[in-house]
Design a protein around this ligand. Structure first.
Ligand code: 5GP
Length: 191
């Protein structure tokens, strides 16, 4: 997605060879116009999949997921990273291992929002080693609903996430695919 690539070039900050900071439009301050265009792009890419719900992870997945849900006309459920006082019944949980933080965290959603005929699109902000996306898949797979695809705003293609998800048979659509962050330079995969 050209507009997103341009935004990453203009406002992204390379923190290291493996980490990109995008807090000017996605991870802290949010650019609503860009999020709307991201929503339109995901909606178009998955328009023939009969999506009935979107599942994402708080907090940075919510903006692109809600915009996609608005355009597809479907609800959005975000998995929580912390236990909620009010979210107690029928809790589905999955573990996410973070290679960067070297720690495992639990994420959860309430099963009451997922029905057996649901066709679920998973959306997240970044794809690195695929652990967050896999944990979201794991949550959905604890129900009778079907994961029909995974939409990623920014994929770091030099890490293993896409391959891992492909090997498990999932369709992955990434709107920007970064080939390298080496030498403080952002380069994209040529498509
Ligand atoms: P994974 O589980 O695929 O290894 O990592 C995905 C999660 O880690 C994303 O949800 C995102 O929050 C975070 N993440 C991974 N790499 C980056 C990065 O380069 N920049 C930012 N801002 N977040 C990242």
């Amino acid at each position: 997605m050209e507009k997103l690539q341009q935004k990453i070039m203009d406002e992204g900050i390379v923190l290291s060879d493996t980490v990109l900071k995008v807090d000017r439009f996605l991870n802290h301050q949010i650019d609503p116009m860009l999020m709307k265009q991201i929503g339109e792009e995901f909606a178009q890419r998955f328009e023939n999949e009969g999506i009935t719900k979107i599942v994402t992870l708080e907090s940075s997945g919510i903006a692109p997921a809600v915009m996609t849900g608005l355009i597809l006309g479907v609800p959005v459920i975000f998995a929580r990273k912390k236990k909620s006082l009010t979210l107690t019944e029928g809790l589905l949980t999955a573990e996410v291992y973070s290679f960067t933080k070297q720690e495992t965290n639990e994420i959860s959603i309430s099963s009451k929002f997922i029905e057996e005929n649901d066709r679920i699109l998973i959306i997240d902000d970044f794809l690195a080693n695929g652990q967050a996306a896999l944990a979201l898949v794991d949550l959905v797979n604890q129900t009778d609903a079907t994961v029909v695809g995974i939409g990623i705003v920014i994929e770091k293609s030099f890490q293993d996430g896409r391959q891992l998800l492909h090997e498990k048979g999932y369709r992955v659509e990434s709107l920007a695919r970064i080939q390298s962050l080496a030498s403080n330079q952002i380069t994209f995969v040529k498509e």
